[in-house]
Every structure is written in C-alpha cells, then in structure tokens.
Design a protein around this ligand. Structure first.
Ligand code: ADP
Length: 288
C-alpha cells in the first residue's frame, strides 16, 4: 500500500481523546471565568489543572461534569459533543474537597447511591459496592456512618462512590485539600496507584505545585481563565527553572513550579520521565 495512504489509514482509526474542550468560554456577569480553554485528555491519562485560586480550574472541571453551562465552546467526551447532555448521563465520576457524603446513610448506602439511581438489581449492586470498597481498602466499613470515619477514610468512600458507576472519566476537585500534610502525602501515593490500577482517565484540580508534579502525566498551568502551558512534570520543572534564571521573564507568565525534592536536591524522575519520584512514606502505621 502507498505509504501516505497507510499513514492516513492509521491516523483515521486513532481514538478521539477521552475529554476534549474546544475554545471554552464561561462568563458570570462581568467575570470572564474561562477565556477560551482548549485541551485534550487521552485515555488513561492523569491530567492536572494547576493554578492559583480564581483562575478557572473548578469552572473547567464542572463544565466537563455538566454542572456549568459554557457561554461558548464545546465539551466532548469520547468524541461526542455533550454540551446538551445532562450531568448524570455524561459517565463522569466527581470527587470534591469536602467529600459530600450523605451523613445519614451508611458507607454502603453512600457508595450504592449511583447504582440504585441507575436501577441496578440488588445482587449486582452488592457485588459492585463490595468491589469498590475493596478497591479503596475499606472492605469492612460498609455499615459505618460518615461521622465514624477519619477524613482520609471519608475521602476513600467518596472515591469508591465515584468509581462504582464505572465512569469514563474521573474528575477530582482538590480532593486532598482538607487533609493534613502527612495524610495528604500518603493519600497522593494511594490515589496514584489506584488510578494506575483502574486505568481511568483522570482530571485533577489543585493549586499545589508539588501535588501536580508528583501525580500527573501532564499538567495544564492556568491563569486568568486561560491555559498558559501544557506539559509533563519534567518539562514544566525545566521550563520553570530556566524561567527563574532569565531575569527578563515576565513574572505573570512564569508557572513557578517547584518540586518536593527540589529544596535539598535535584528532583528524581520516574523511568519514563513523567512523574517526580516522591520519597516513600515514613515507616509506621499508615495515617487514616
Ligand atoms: P478556581 O477553581 O481556579 O479557584 P473558579 O473556577 O472557581 O476558580 O472561578 C473562576 C472565576 O469565576 C473566579 O473569579 C470566580 O469568582 C468566578 N466564579 C466561579 N463561579 C462563579 C459563580 N457561580 N458566580 C459568579 N462567579 C463565579
């Protein structure tokens, strides 16, 4: 076959990105929350939106979920435009900073909620809730109420609840923001390994540069409703280091990326050069 034709055939079968945003604009009255955001997140990717408070991260995530209606632009999930598809039909799972568990329902009932809404029959529902709790390492917690759980455990239940419906995309809005530093570090490691295990396409929102660098395959740096740069952690770190060395670099456009290892030593990168290798958690019992 002609080489160009062969390449064309290969290109034509490439799957669309799992999530694609095309020139997304969101206005709240006078406020321009999103000013033309375009990005593509690929299958299995851990993609992070990083930027200071108010730059448009949550608005972007909520537009993907279907909780925010764009003023202009398109949201595509697995190649289909979903602007007019309601949130519960988009096959996304979302986890918020403040867990949002139902306080008067048990862990089992919280995790089962989405399946019950979808009319899944009892035996299958019990099996899937059991699997989801197993996945987040809380298999024996079904009968507890949220008030009987630590912050870390509540966040794991929220994760199980998001994953149990087998969404196409997992959306995480500062999910570790309410946890103390030690627990957050521990949960970062757990979250990353769980994401790898499930292989689910994930969009993560944080203002924490260390978190973005250690978790992500790629990071979009946002400012004032725009994306300044999309890159892997290593590239981002290098760009930032070069930028700091260049006095003419305008401060407003510098991502100011630091790395967890950077204070005392150069960052260490995983074999594929994508994620900074965090020091292993300290010995002793895992924080809850
Ligand atoms: P981030 O998640 O990066 O902190 P947001 O996406 O929450 O930023 O907000 C982006 C901008 O949009 C901010 O200026 C914020 O005040 C504004 N905004 C967000 N939601 C609303 C809303 N419901 N009504 C009015 N303004 C909003």
């Amino acid at each position: 076959m002609d080489r160009a034709l062969e390449q064309g055939a290969a290109l034509s079968v490439a799957p669309p990105p799992d999530v694609e945003l095309r020139s997304l604009v969101k206005r709240y009255g006078e406020t321009l929350a999103l000013d033309g955001v375009s990005l593509a997140v690929h299958a299995g990717e851990f993609f992070t939106l990083l930027g200071p408070s108010g730059c448009g991260k949550t608005t972007t995530l909520r537009a993907v979920a279907g909780f925010v209606e764009p003023s202009a632009g398109d949201v595509l999930i697995k190649g289909s435009r979903v602007n007019d598809v309601p949130a519960h039909r988009r096959r996304v799972g979302m986890v918020f900073q403040h867990y949002a568990l139902f306080p008067h329902r048990t862990v089992f009932q919280n995790v089962a909620f989405g399946l019950r809404m979808a009319g899944v029959e009892r035996a299958q529902l019990e099996r899937r809730v059991g699997e989801a709790l197993e996945l987040v390492r809380l298999p024996a917690y079904g009968a507890r109420y949220p008030r009987e759980l630590s912050g870390g455990e509540q966040q794991r239940v929220a994760l199980a609840r998001a994953l149990v419906t087998r969404p196409a995309v997992l959306l995480l809005d500062e999910p570790l923001g309410a946890l103390d530093k030690q627990l957050r570090d521990h949960m970062q490691i757990e979250l990353k390994s769980l994401q790898r295990e499930v292989g689910i396409t994930t969009i993560y929102v944080t203002h924490d540069q260390e978190e973005a660098l250690s978790l992500s395959d790629r990071v979009a740096v946002m400012r004032d409703g725009r994306i300044l740069q999309v890159a892997g952690p290593k590239t981002l770190y290098a760009t930032s280091t070069r930028a700091r060395a260049r006095s003419s670099w305008p401060a407003s456009s510098e991502p100011r990326i630091s790395c967890p290892c950077a204070s005392s030593q150069a960052p260490r990168w995983s074999g594929d050069g994508r994620a900074c290798v965090r020091p292993p958690p300290r010995a002793g019992p895992a924080p809850r």
